[in-house]
Design a binder for this molecule. Structure first.
Ligand SMILES: [Zn+2]
Length: 115
C-alpha cells in the first residue's frame, strides 16, 4: 500500500493492512513540513523460530509503533520519534511493515519447551 505525502493533512488518516497473519491498524498525519507521523498497532499471530531448538511456533504480538516518515532525506533529529526516510514522495506501508515484522521475527523467541 502506497500513500503519497501530498495527500496527507493534520487530520489523521486511518489505514489497515494484513501481513503474515498480523493485522496492522493505524493512522498517518502531517506532523510538520516534510514529516508524517505514523502510529499503529500490530496484532495477531506471527510464526517465529525458537532461538534454542529452531522449532517454528506462533507468537501473539500486540505492538504499538510510532515514528516519523520523512519525505526525502532527513537531516537533524526529532526529540520524540525515530525517523524513517521515504523517497519519491510516497509512503510505502508494505516496505515499512515488512521491516517492522522482520524486527519482531529477529528477536529472541523461546518456544514453550525451551522456556
Ligand atoms: Zn524451542
Amino acid at each position: 500500500m502506497q500513500i503519497p505525502f501530498r495527500r496527507l493533512t493534520a487530520e489523521p488518516q486511518p489505514f489497515s493492512l494484513e501481513k503474515k497473519g498480523l493485522m496492522i491498524e493505524g493512522t498517518l498525519r502531517k506532523y510538520r513540513s516534510g514529516l508524517v507521523l505514523l502510529e499503529a498497532v500490530m496484532q495477531g499471530s506471527l510464526d517465529v523460530d525458537c532461538y534454542r531448538c529452531g522449532e517454528s511456533f506462533a507468537i501473539m504480538p500486540d505492538e504499538k509503533v510510532a515514528f516519523l516518515i520523512s519525505d526525502g532525506p532527513f537531516h537533524g533529529q526529532d526529540e520524540t520519534y525515530d525517523v524513517v526516510e521515504m523517497h519519491e514522495g510516497v509512503i510505502d506501508l508494505d516496505e515499512i511493515f515488512d521491516s517492522e515484522i522482520a524486527l519482531l521475527e529477529s528477536d529472541y523467541h523461546a518456544c514453550d519447551k525451551c522456556k
